[in-house]
Design a protein around this ligand. Sequence first.
Ligand code: F6P
Ligand code: MG
Length: 458
Amino acid sequence: MPSSPAPYSCGDNKSFAFVSVRERWPHIITSAIDDVHRTIMAFTSDVDSKKIEEGKAIISSLTSLKYDMEHDRQLAPFEGPQLEKNEDLVDYNKELERIGPLSWLSAPWLYSECYMYRLISTYFTGTQHWRSFDVYHRQKTEAFKASKDGVIELAVRYKALSKQLDTPDISLDTLGLLFREFADISLWGNATDLSILQHMSLEDIKTLQGAEVRKKNEENILVNDLDKVWDTISPDVSDPYTQTRIDFVLDNAGFELFADIMFVLFLLDSNVANTVVLHPKNHPWFVSDVLPVDVLDMFNQLGDPSFFETKEHRSELDYLVEKLITFHSEGRLIIRTSPFWTTYHSFNQITSTGAGRKVWEDLKDSSLVIFKGDLNHRKLVQDLEWTRTTPFTEAIGELAQSGVRVLTLRTCKADVVVGLPEGAEEQLEKAWVEKGNANKLGWAYSGKWAVVQYSEGN
Ligand code: F6P
Ligand code: MG
């Protein structure tokens, strides 16, 4: 078998990895410092002084991390009492020993980025008072609040649609069309993650949401396997005896989660799926990724008249909340986490013998596993420098034969792109340069294009 290509590296100055380590991550760390600082400043005088002390120690750890990164220092192994309780940290250390020593500019991109977010999380989990503090929570909430127009547009669309779903003789073709529409909504919800939009105003984010933009973006879906997916799952849909379970390996909170939830509601309401399992992360991750508490927060925010102030459309929002709570309490909407999602491992490890075997045990029983977003996609295709025409099923390695049906909904925000038809790459580069961009490779991480790719699992 030919050997696999090299991983994308932070030292490659033509890659988005380089921009990340040089600009994006220091900026993300600065925002985190600012958040802890603001939190401390808002404490009332009766706060436990240990809490302030611990907060200051977190700021100091974050500051050193930023300094080390900017001075290209070495990545240090995890140490201290947390190692004993967290197998994944031991695993991070083993990998560092195997591939290291690494400096920030010589490290593989995927490993170093996961390492950074996991390291930041230990600054909090190692304390008494900040262990469940989400340093990105404020940003997530502000961005979601600013998504009001997009949220209301979808809520209105959903309520109108659910009347149609109630019709007993709704055809399989209509369901197929709706399946594609909601997958599309969920896909483009991924255009608005906070780790990449740090420089964008909340106003700008708003313009990325909404039906018109999605329509315009249709031609930017470079590969679209949705027909294949529908062909695979629709026979089960028409058979009342088959239990269909669909899983979402979630990406970002806020508008993206809301868009995913719309898709979930459609799947459950239409009985395309009997159950849906959501997989959020265990630790604050890549700034905006969903934590279990974010899902429940969202139910509350949607139902809170002071969060989205609207008299005109309150009933549509309440309608959604009622449905969500019902599905959740009936056990048709399940939330399940695993420490695997915050490891550095690629998803070729989701097999009966790989590092992701516990996740595999779970996912093998699903009818379809939808992986949301860019990081999940990078982990699917192992973040390796594949040629762009490499078939998706080759790039995901053993996962392609694992019995897990995989669908990836990803807007392209990193260097790796696979599965393109011959000649597409050249055309994209040409068009990108003609638009006045200096780096012809930049189209791949601009977030303007998307891929919807499928693997049958055998
Ligand atoms: O920073 C790396 C990266 O994976 C980018 O490629 C992307 O912009 C961001 O993190 C997270 O994207 P997503 O939320 O879609 O996984
Ligand atoms: Mg994310």
